[in-house]
Each structure stands twice: as structure tokens, then as C-alpha cells.
Design a protein around this ligand. Sequence first.
Ligand code: VTB
Length: 347
Amino acid sequence: MKNTKAERELALDFLRVTEAAAIASARTMGQGDRKHSDHVAVEAMREVMDTVPMRGRIVIGEGERDEAPMLYIGEEVGGGAFTDESRAEFPEVDIAVDPLEGTNLCALGANNAIAVLAAAERGGLLNAPDIYMDKIVVGPSCRGAVDIEAPVAENLKNIARRLGREIEDLTVICLDRPRHRQLVQDARTAGARIRLISDGDLSAGISAAVAGTNIHALMGIGGAPEGVITAAAMKCLNGEIQAKLVFDPEKLGVDASKVPPAEEVIERIKEMGINDPDKIYDTNDLAPGKKVIFAATGVTDGSLLRGVRFFGEGKRTHSVVMTTDSKSIRFVDTVHVEGGPDAVIRF
Ligand code: VTB
């Protein structure tokens, strides 16, 4: 991406993209059909993405080309309505999308489903495989105070010290999965409060980096693609993520038959340019970009963003859009007016 102005404009374009995906999926809220909710989010995101003046390339998306008709890894996006000549001038952008993060949450009408994407200059986002990733995410005051390999109690002690409070006053957020039994046990023993969530460790990680959400750390194993998008957000929020890929069935708490054999995964990630499968990633490893853009729109109500609200004459969305360059975090409340000249806009 060339300059700050272009980046700022792109950020607002990406806002339209996540807004469209959120609106489409929010319409299906509570229908109990997660695949359908995801599908409409993907379609809406893809459609608006194409109007963005960029030479975009999906690096984290809906899967490989043969299994994902849209927003597949490697798909070229953007610049649809422009001539080849003008397109040649557009910035080259790598994009990681999660059109509906928390498909189950949307299908059930539960909190914290979001439509989200991250973008950076070419090579600015790790092309992480769609496998599991162990993560620890904290906010700016706790940067450098945690170590993903350290015992839970030690990390909690260090977070508490940085925040000038007792461990008892911390809340850790964690996916509610059998694989986290020990983690939860350790956090309980150390005295922290715990919030177990059914899905959505990306929005949970972001909440951990924003003061006032009363969430102080995200810990545990979720998806690697979500980890990369979280890292993009951390770059903008001055937070920190540390992470490690996980494919050992024992650590995942599943039978070996449920996950691909380790040798196969190691081979696959090697092909993606990752030579050390045990590498510990920090924020910059996951999102090395110098110009990172992050945009998310609430689908259902959440701790950071409100969900989409529909009313007679339009709809209202609540988003966050941020960039590393201008270091601005915009919370955007958009009224999408459809009701014609007499439509009433409320504050
Ligand atoms: C993870 C997490 C996501 O799904 O990918 C999770 O990162 C899937 O984990 O935020 P399981 O296989 O244990 O269900 C989400 O929670 C939602 O997409």
C-alpha cells in the first residue's frame, strides 16, 4: 500500500465490506442454520470486496479453491468495475477474511458473532494453515509480561502485577472445550475469574486488548486463521498475541483418528513456508505487515460491538476499523437508510 491516504480510504472501503457481510448474516440470526448464515456472509463480502479499488489477494479465506467457490485462498479480489489500466495503479493487498466469525453464535442468536477482515501489503499476513493454534492475548499494559510456555499461574501473576490488581480481579476468557480442562483448572486454582465461551476466540482476543471490557486475557486453543486476524488487530491496538500451532491429538484432547496425522500436517505447513512446526509466534510473526488494516462489524450484540439492528426504514451497524499507520481506532455507527426522502434517522 502506497501511502497513508490510500490506506485510510481502503480502510473505509473495507468497512463497507464487513458491514455488508454482517447485515446479510444478521438477517439469518437464530434460524439455526450456520452454513446458510456463513454462505450469505461470504456472498455479501465477496460482492462488495470487488468494488474496492485494489489488487487484492485472499491469503486466509474460506478454504482451498476446490472446496470454496468464493473467497478461497489465492483468489484475486477487488477492482471489479475498473478498467485494466486504472487497476494497474491500485495497491496490492493481502487479505484475511472471516466473513462470519462465530457461525454457531449467529445461528443461535448468541452474543459476539462478527464479520471481520484484515489486510496488509503483500506478505504482511502469515498464510497460516487452517489448523489449531494455542494463543495467549493481552492488552497494551501487559505486553512483554506473558509467555505462552509459562505456567498459567505465572502469566496471571504477571498480568495482575502489570494491571496493579490481584489475580482475583482478573477475568480470563477461554473457549469452552474439553481440551482446556487443565488450563481452566489452573486458572481457577490461581484465583482468576473465568469466562467460558462456546465460540469466537477472535472477538474475545480483541476484547482482551481493549481496556474497559473487563476481560484481561484470552488463553487456549482455537483456529490458526483467527490467530492471524487477531494479530492484525493487536498491531493496531498495541496489544500482544503469542501463539503456537497445535496438531498433537493429545493436546487437542481428541482421538488421533479425528485429526490428520502429524507428519501430514508438518509436510503441509512446510509447503506453506513454515519450517519449524513448534515455532512460537509473536504479533509481528503473524502479521508482519507495516501497513495493516483491520475491520469488524458486529452481527449479534457483543462486548465490543453491537449487533445489526433492523428497522422499517433501514438498518444500523456498529463496527470498528483501525489501521497501523494512522494509529486511529474508529468505532463506526452507520445508519443504512432505505426508506426514501421521509425516512427518520434517530440518534
Ligand atoms: C475456533 C475458534 C473460532 O471456532 O476455530 C473454533 O478460533 C473451532 O474450534 O473462533 P472447535 O473445532 O474446537 O469447535 C470458533 O470458535 C468460531 O469460528
